[in-house]
Ligand binder design. Structure first.
Ligand SMILES: Cc1ncc(COP(=O)(O)O)c(C=O)c1O
Length: 475
């Protein structure tokens, strides 16, 4: 194969985690590969003790491979970091939009995390995974009546986003006044006016955002809530964006939120919880350099203590809701290499058996990833290629300018750090069945999501009889 630009020749070995001798100290979000990743005697990539090409042979391709150790380590670093650095109470919520599934929600809950959900479907998943409703926080800028009723019935905490929702909730509660009911716990989400350097579509804290109350509505909101017997305001919420590599925006956010806490007190609404959202970034490519989970947690803890001391306020329960940095680094996607196309002096395309349907981030956000060939890890990366998906879409490119060894059809190509916003944003575009996901642990490999079949693709299709009866024209 001819590459069209010069390449720095190294090998896939350079992506292996740095500090394999003290795993629990490595911050998953600073690694490109799960913490348990190694190269084995066959020169194959191994995750959680399992040979990756062999997993693909057994469970099919493409395949999401989730490393349980890395997932649990990320949960523990948030949970234990807050216990260590924050003198008040704290709770970490896993933002399940990053990947909502029974197994992932159950693992996070078993590590003591609560769950943040944004739809009836995510709420249902969390409940079915066994998460206790008092640890579920329900977000969303346009919750339906059915979703609000469901949330009220199971008695989770509702993060109120706008006036319509607040008035609807108040009306729903008042309608049922006779049936002796507990107040529904709510939080108020507002846009704090904090800018952070990330993609426009994943920035949410600036004033021109569809999420949350405008700050100048807050006095009216507090006045309204203070008159509601059946709504109990427990806290404030704000989320400023995702894939953030600085700590400062969250420190600034804390200061803004504590000021709002003071405002709420004027309406006799003591704020017990402050939820500063998620957003900590992860390493997708070697150039990415996010702060570690521990550093981030330490800095935000200090910021909260300082802000409350300065205003002589008691410490609220501190909540954060990371998604990407919990699940992103624990997973890779393994594909099988198929056709190749060389365009002399321009580019070489290598096509794989998935693409924008299992990972829509490159086409949606121009997100960048890195890859390796898992069955020849130490081979020199002499080729500069473009990795294309198999969809009928020119933009279906997973990675531009990937450096790989010479590849052959049948090679196992791994894209790193695909745990967040891949499966959860996956589609059946071109009627591709969604891949399976396996969880690799010390002793076992478990399928946590079955591969879809062609029958699954048709499971919601119906063919009305009168249409089925139409003669099929052949001319
Ligand atoms: C309200 C809210 N909380 C938490 C998150 C999780 O963010 P991240 O995955 O960047 O940690 C998001 C994602 O954008 C969000 O919108």
């Amino acid at each position: 194969m001819v590459s069209t630009q010069s390449v720095d020749v190294t090998s896939g070995l350079r992506y292996l985690p740095k500090s394999t001798n003290s795993l629990e100290k490595s911050s998953p979000n600073q690694e490109l590969l799960p913490l348990t990743t190694k190269v084995n005697d066959l020169d194959h990539l191994e995750i959680g003790g399992w040979d990756v090409p062999a997993l693909v042979d057994k469970f099919g391709s493409p395949l999401y491979i989730v490393d349980e150790y890395t997932l649990r380590t990320a949960c523990r670093q948030y949970r234990d970091g807050l216990k260590k650095y924050y003198p008040g109470e704290s709770l970490v919520l896993y933002a399940s939009k990053a990947w909502s599934s029974l197994a992932i929600c159950a693992i996070c809950a078993s590590e003591g995390l609560g769950i943040d959900v944004v739809s009836g479907g995510e709420l249902y998943t969390a409940i079915q995974a066994g998460v206790s409703p008092d640890r579920i926080y329900f977000h969303g800028n346009n919750k339906s009546l059915a979703e609000l009723t469901f949330a009220m019935e199971i008695d989770c905490i509702i993060v109120v986003d706008n006036w319509l929702e607040l008035e609807t909730l108040a009306a729903l509660k008042n309608q049922q006044k006779e049936q002796l009911q507990n107040p529904t716990k709510i939080m108020v989400r507002f846009t704090p006016g904090i800018e952070c350097h990330t993609h426009e579509y994943i920035r949410t804290g600036h004033i021109d955002s569809k999420f949350g109350f405008d700050p100048n509505q807050l006095n009216d909101i507090f006045a309204f809530i203070s008159k509601q017997e059946l709504l109990s305001l427990v806290g404030l919420h704000a989320h400023i964006g995702s894939q953030i590599f600085e700590v400062q925006p969250h420190q600034d956010l804390i200061s803004v939120m504590v000021d709002v806490m003071v405002d709420a007190m004027k309406y006799n609404l003591p704020i017990k919880e402050i939820n500063i959202g998620g957003g900590l970034g992860i390493r997708y490519i070697e150039a990415d350099d996010p702060p570690s989970i521990e550093t981030w947690v330490r800095q935000i803890s200090i910021a909260m203590v300082d802000a409350c001391e300065a205003r002589q306020l008691p410490l609220p329960r501190l909540l954060c809701e990371p998604g990407r940095s919990i699940v992103g680094p624990s997973c890779v996607t393994a594909y099988t290499v198929g056709s190749q196309k060389q365009i002399p002096e321009i580019r070489t395309y290598i096509s794989v058996d998935g693409g924008m349907s299992d990972n829509p981030r490159p086409i949606t956000y121009q997100s960048v990833y890195q890859s390796l060939i898992a069955n020849r890890l130490s081979y020199p990366t002499t080729e500069l290629v473009t990795i294309a998906g198999k969809h009928c879409e020119s933009g279906d490119i997973l990675i531009k300018n990937a450096t790989l060894p010479v590849t052959q059809p049948g090679d196992c190509l791994v894209v790193m750090a695909t745990g967040a916003y891949n499966y959860s944003m996956a589609s059946n575009y071109n009627r591709l069945p969604r891949p399976a996901a396996v969880l690799v642990g010390d002793q076992e490999v478990n399928v946590i999501l079955q591969r879809e079949s062609y029958q699954d693709l048709l499971s919601q299709d119906t063919l009305p009889e009168r249409i089925a009866m139409f003669p099929k024209l052949t001319t």
